[in-house]
Design a protein around this ligand. Structure first.
Ligand SMILES: [Zn+2]
Ligand SMILES: [Zn+2]
Ligand SMILES: [Zn+2]
Length: 132
């Protein structure tokens, strides 16, 4: 798991794109089926711009930084590297995500709901802890 964190930090820092290695580790992790996302996984699926878990499409800049769909519609340059944001999507990451159970993005407000991404997306539309 530490290795995963290191690879991810390097990727987000723009040094190297470790996507293949990261995906290999993630795939190994979820071989046993659905599981609560451990902290490292939560971090990987957290949008670096808005700090919410990325529950819908995961978009990428030209350099490979990942961020969530709502940020995608709100920015025109990557917040990390100022590179362009094209039509790239991180389908591999989206696929891997579908096996992990995440906590509601309003957990800091007190929501205790957790679920698989599609369930969580539905939940968040009607979460009573939502602030915005
Ligand atoms: Zn975001
Ligand atoms: Zn970038
Ligand atoms: Zn909630």
């Amino acid at each position: 798991m530490d290795k995963l964190q290191v690879l991810w930090d390097e990727k987000q820092a723009g040094h190297q794109n470790h996507d293949n290695e990261i995906h290999a580790i993630l795939e190994e992790l979820y071989e046993d089926g659905q599981m609560d996302a451990p902290a490292e996984i939560c971090e990987i699926f957290t949008c670096p711009i808005c700090r919410d878990v990325m529950l819908s499409a995961i978009h990428m800049c030209d350099l490979g930084h990942s961020f969530c769909e709502s940020c995608y519609y709100n920015i025109d340059k990557c917040a990390m590297c100022r590179n362009n944001i094209g039509a790239l999507r991180n389908y591999n990451l989206e696929q891997i995500r579908s096996n992990f159970i995440f906590q509601c993005n309003n957990k800091d407000e007190g929501c205790t709901y957790k679920g698989l991404p599609p369930d969580l997306r539905r939940h968040e539309k009607q979460c009573s802890y939502a602030t915005s």
